[in-house]
Design a protein around this ligand. Structure first.
Ligand code: DAH
Length: 348
């Protein structure tokens, strides 16, 4: 067989082998086999010296063509292979972007926080500032400055968690009255503030008592603040929370830090005054404690009772939430049971 025929055959076999290589390893092996130093093509090229000078250029060119053809075929096959591999990988990893995703549950404020937020909106709209105070409070602020001196019998009702004899978990948000009055510059205008937050009492927990609950304190102190202002304000709160047709009535009561003191009832939102289960047949729902700030309290916070007067109130967002949604056990608010809590979806 002449050189050319040998080369032609070699090209034929080489191209076939390359074409049949099914992975990158095989393609590499084919390269070594057909184009490597020990491969047939190299052998042939090495034998060129034995050819006659006339034959040499033509055979040499032909051998080069064969080498180029094989190199090209290898290159092409390699690219094909890489493309096939990539396609296979893409197929295996296909994601159907049109499939619905796993829904992420959207959170919402706790139902009591919703009530507090609604009250904050209302009061901020009426020009009140919102102040939060320490839950670990000084006995002086929690009792003393609120006209509840040591051994005052009203302290018993708020028997509480003491940390030291002078430091306790606050039993009410009322200490914020003293804290805010002390800081306020009355020459610049009246003080109007609300203070929502948690309070603590050593109560035995039952359906209507929890050792931790919420209060929202309100205080307005300035010149010529009267009980009529208190009444109008409370009426606004009742209407905002429970609806337009509701009225407010004040009953005499007692709190050490107010004089006179009242308890406020709002027309029952359920029966509008006719009498039903929710209002226990009275047509009224007890809502909050309030009164005109006691002169002693003003004095102890450095406010002149001859010049300034004020009203204060304290309401229970837990109780409002129970009333609004017909919740019968206050403890449900604090159990973190999502089945209970998600019922009060603001959007729903
Ligand atoms: N601090 C009182 C309590 O915990 C509630 C209260 C009553 C607050 C009358 C007031 C008020 O500001 O004027 O029972």
């Amino acid at each position: 067989m002449g050189m050319k025929e040998k080369l032609a055959e070699l090209r034929q076999q080489g191209l076939e082998a390359i074409e049949q290589s099914q992975d990158l390893d095989k393609i590499n092996q084919a390269r070594v086999k057909w184009l490597g130093k020990k491969g047939p093509l190299t052998q042939i090229l090495r034998g060129m010296g034995k050819l006659s000078p006339e034959e040499r250029p033509a055979v040499g060119k032909y051998a080069n063509d064969v080498r180029n053809d094989l190199q090209e075929a290898l290159q092409r096959r390699k690219q094909e292979m890489e493309k096939e591999l990539l396609n296979a990988k893409l197929m295996a990893e296909t994601v159907d972007v049109t499939l619905p995703g796993a829904p992420v549950a959207q959170g919402q404020p706790h139902v009591i926080q919703q009530i507090i937020d609604q009250l904050i909106d209302l009061f901020v709209g009426m020009g009140y500032e919102v102040a939060t105070g320490p839950e670990v409070e000084e006995e002086v602020y929690n009792f003393e400055k609120l006209n509840l001196p040591k051994d005052h019998p009203a302290r018993d009702m708020q028997d509480t968690f003491y940390i030291t004899p002078q430091i306790l978990m606050r039993t009410q948000t009322s200490p914020m009255q003293a804290r805010m009055m002390e800081k306020h510059d009355f020459s610049k205008g009246p003080l109007k503030m609300i203070s929502p937050g948690k309070v603590y009492r050593r109560d035995t927990d039952d359906a209507t008592h929890s050792h931790q609950f919420h209060q929202l304190e309100g205080l307005v102190v300035g010149e010529h603040v009267t009980m009529a202002d208190l009444r109008g304000t409370l009426q606004e709160v009742g209407r905002n929370l429970f609806g337009d047709q509701l009225n407010v009535r004040l009953r005499p009561s007692y709190f050490p830090f107010t004089e006179p003191s009242v308890e406020a009832d709002v027309t029952c939102f359920n029966c509008l005054g006719k009498g039903c289960d929710i209002c226990k047949g009275t047509g009224w729902i007890e809502c909050l404690g309030a009164g005109m700030v006691h002169p002693n309290v003003l004095k102890m916070s450095g406010v002149d009772p001859e010049k300034y007067s004020g009203f204060a109130f304290g309401l229970g967002p837990d109780r409002f939430a129970m009333l609004k949604y017909g919740v019968t056990d206050i403890r449900d608010f604090y159990l973190n049971d999502m089945r209970f809590l998600t019922q009060f979806d603001e959007k729903g």
